[in-house]
Ligand binder design. Structure first.
Ligand code: FES
Length: 57
């Protein structure tokens, strides 16, 4: 599923980026080779970061 329509970033790509250590939305965009545009996907990305961080504990 595509989460970031502006950059065509999928939920899987976001998950991989977060698991590789991207712990802010801007690092996730960076690791996907993209830049934040409209910003409507940042809530999803923040949620994903939160999920991964809480799963690690
Ligand atoms: S949907 Fe990701 S920046 Fe617009």
């Amino acid at each position: 599923m595509i989460i970031c329509l502006c950059n065509s970033i999928s939920d899987k790509a976001i998950n991989v980026a977060v698991n590789n250590g991207a712990n802010t939305p801007s690092l996730v965009y960076k690791s996907c080779g993209a830049k934040p545009q409209c910003g409507s996907c940042t809530e999803y990305i923040k949620h994903e970061i939160y999920q991964v961080q809480t799963a690690e504990k």
